[in-house]
Design a protein around this ligand. Sequence first.
Ligand code: THU
Length: 139
Amino acid sequence: MWEELIRRAIAQLDYAYAPYSEFKVGAALLCRDGRIFTGCNIENSAYGPSNCAERTAIFKAVSEGFRDFKAIAIVGGKHGKIEDYCAPCGVCRQVMAEFCHPEEFQIIMAKSPEDYQVCTLGELLPKAFSPKILEVEQG
Ligand code: THU
C-alpha cells in the first residue's frame, strides 16, 4: 500500500545535502488528494540552520497551499545506505502536530518499499502541544 510513497522517499536520498553528518534522509508526504511532496535533509556549515527531510517536504507543501496530509514515508542512512528504520526527530514530530491529525496521520519508517513500520503521529508524539491548546483558528 505504501510502496510508491516509499520509493519517492528513497529517490530523495540522491538530493540530500549532508556533508557534515553524512546521514542522508528522504521523505515523501502524501496529501489526502493524492498529491505527493518530497523532501531531503539540507545541512549547513553553521549546523543550526540545517533542515530535516520531513520538514522540507511539509514546508514545501504548506508553501504551495496544501495542508491536508494523510501520511509521510521516511528513509535514511549513513551515506544514503538504508540499514535501519529512520524515525522522525522531535522537531519534525512537533511540526507534524501543527498540521496533522494525531490518530489519522500515518508515519511510515522504511528500510525498503517492502519492509517498513507504520505508526500514527499520536503514537510517536503523545499528549502533543498543538494548535488546539491555544484555541487558534488555523485559517
Ligand atoms: N534528519 C532528518 O532529516 N530527519 C530526521 O527526522 C532525523 C534527522 C537529518 C538531520 C541531519 O541532517 C541528519 O539527519 C543527521 O542528524
